[in-house]
Design a protein around this ligand. Structure first.
Ligand code: ZXY
Ligand code: CA
Length: 512
């Protein structure tokens, strides 16, 4: 009997680690602050044709509208209620987007903010994205409804009511995160409101959730709520499919709360991944690419089956937050493309690609004073659409890293090599590395200040292959470099350290 219960629990939790991808797809793209109408178009015209598995969308529910600073990106992390109108659009637009993305096999994962509501200083009135009345001063959120009963203040013993000391786990979970009203998730009532909100999204067809600020919630409370989630909508998912859950826990070591407290419940964001990868590609502390030979668990990260990995996220791409200055972003495009290329070639974890908007940076003493700036918007504060240029890049301040040829083609590479072992590792003892994924794909990276000129065993069948970094296979021709693999699997690679993209990747579907 005990064994049966254990098997049942294990089965459930492992199910929640599964992204429920369609058609052998393997990556998530975070379309940060995109409007639902633009996401629906992007699913049909770009993401499905290029093999993206799913999208992380910004929080879809009612959120505060802030004037000072003006409409910052983080206002969406201050909920007012669970009605589905946000800066990205209405409930009807959300529903249309989920349907259209599902119809082309692209999953939707919703960023859910359930630890807190808006700041205690959020005032009273109707300045919310749904235009609904709330009063943060007396903890009144009538559309849920939540009242003072539903918040944690009685269990927080700091003088300020805020988290003052991250070494005290009771403070971290029962006090206010930077003044945000902290929900009492040990109570059935608050739990039921959160579960109803998430189940409504499941009914609409979403495939799972990115759960915000999990460090600040008790794992036992999360376990109960996750257990009450419905199976996925059988219009698009096979019956009995569990929602995919990945939990944001910022654990770089040094705090009493660790990611491992949450890995039994779902996947967890592995923040060490981007922080350490940035250090290696930047060659800080004399780090070298060759050290990546045991990348993953060998570097003190959680097990691959528990990890959600990324080079940068919406928070740490802003220069502070987890990982600090080592984090690579679109602002360092040359190293960024290499690091994202390495991530997508390497078998560790479920991979997430960032898709950002640009903002005017303003560094004062090394700190960006404009790190709060929200998405490209009109003077009335509404978010601008994402225009697509004739060359397939995005305009109006939308960066669209996921459309960069090198990144998009490596998303496809990962699909092609899925399930294949990392093998045939080669390095020059320094910053030149190469490895294969079984007999289906091969990548070579030169991050040294001198040229790479080597004949390497690729593990691929003989033939001529088209490099997907400098170009790609189009019909029967190749717009990039060509690589000739002999009958012994060996091929010659020459990568100048001066190249804009000093790496090469080939896979069996690029054989000419
Ligand atoms: N904000 C600015 C001003 C207000 C928002 C700031 O200086 N915040 C203090 C340092 C960052 O702390 C926050 C963390 O998580 C959040 C925060 C937040 C989650 C939210 C909403 C928030 O402020 O406002 O839903 C946080 C939590 C940790 C940790 C580090 C940081 O180890 O456990 C920000 C906003 C950051 O910088 C933010 C917002 C949403 C996120 C996130 C960070 O999902 O990861
Ligand atoms: Ca809390």
């Amino acid at each position: 009997m005990k064994l049966l219960i254990l098997v049942a629990l294990f089965g459930l939790s492992v199910a929640q680690h599964n992204p429920q991808y369609k058609h052998g797809r393997t990556s998530i793209v975070h379309l940060f602050e995109w409007r639902w109408a633009d996401i629906a178009e992007e699913c049909e015209r770009y993401l499905a044709p290029n093999g993206f598995g799913g999208i992380q969308i910004s929080p879809p529910n009612d959120h505060i509208i802030l004037n000072d600073p003006w409409r910052p990106w983080y206002q969406r992390y201050q909920p007012i209620g669970y009605n589905l109108c946000s800066r990205s659009g209405s409930e009807a637009e959300l529903k249309d987007m989920i349907t259209r993305c599902n119809n082309v096999g692209v999953n939707i994962y919703v960023d859910v903010v359930i630890n807190h509501m808006c700041g205690a200083g959020g005032g009273a009135g109707t300045h919310s994205s749904c235009g609904s009345y709330f009063n943060a001063n007396n903890k009144d959120f009538p559309t849920v409804p939540y009242s003072a009963w539903d918040f944690n203040d009685g269990k927080c013993y700091t003088g300020s009511g805020n988290i003052d000391n991250y070494n005290d786990i009771n403070q971290v979970r029962n006090c206010r995160l930077v003044g945000l009203l902290d929900l009492a998730l040990e109570k059935d009532y608050a739990r039921s409101k959160v579960v109803d909100f998430m189940n409504k999204l499941i009914d609409l067809g979403v495939a799972g959730f990115r759960v915000d600020a999990c460090k600040h919630m008790w794992p036992g409370d999360l376990q109960v709520m996750y257990g009450k989630l419905k199976d996925l909508n059988t219009k698009w998912f096979s019956s009995g499919s569990r929602p995919f859950i990945y939990q944001e826990v910022i654990d770089l070591g040094g705090e009493p709360i660790t990611a491992s407290e949450y890995t039994g419940l779902g996947r967890v964001t592995e923040f060490k991944y981007g922080a350490k990868l940035g250090t290696v590609f930047r060659k800080w502390n004399n780090e070298k690419l060759r050290y990546l030979v045991n990348w993953g668990e060998g570097w003190g990260m959680m097990s691959s089956g528990n990890a959600l990995v990324f080079v940068d996220n919406h928070d740490n791409q802003r220069g502070h937050g987890a990982g600090g200055a080592s984090i690579l972003t679109f602002w360092d495009p040359r190293l960024y493309k290499m690091a994202v290329g390495f991530m997508l070639a390497h078998p560790y974890g479920v991979t997430r690609v960032m898709s950002s908007f640009r903002w005017d940076r303003n560094f004062v003493n090394g700190v960006d004073k404009n790190d709060w700036i929200g998405p490209p918007s009109y003077s009335d504060g509404s978010t601008k659409p994402v225009p697509i240029n004739p060359d397939s890049t995005c305009g109006d301040g939308w960066v669209c890293e996921h459309r960069w040829r090198q990144i998009r083609n490596m998303v496809i590479f990962r699909n092609v090599v899925e399930g294949q072992q990392l093998s045939l590792w080669w390095d020059n003892g320094n910053n030149q590395i190469a490895f294969s994924r079984g007999d289906r794909g091969f990548i070579v990276i030169n991050n040294d200040d001198w040229d790479l000129d080597e004949t390497l065993n690729t593990g691929l069948p003989n033939g001529t292959y088209c490099d997907v970094i400098s170009g790609q296979k189009e019909g029967t021709s190749c717009t990039g470099k060509q690589v000739t693999v002999g009958g012994d699997g060996r091929a010659h690679f020459k990568i100048s350290s001066q190249e804009e993209d000093p790496f090469v990747a080939i896979h069996i579907n690029t054989k000419l």
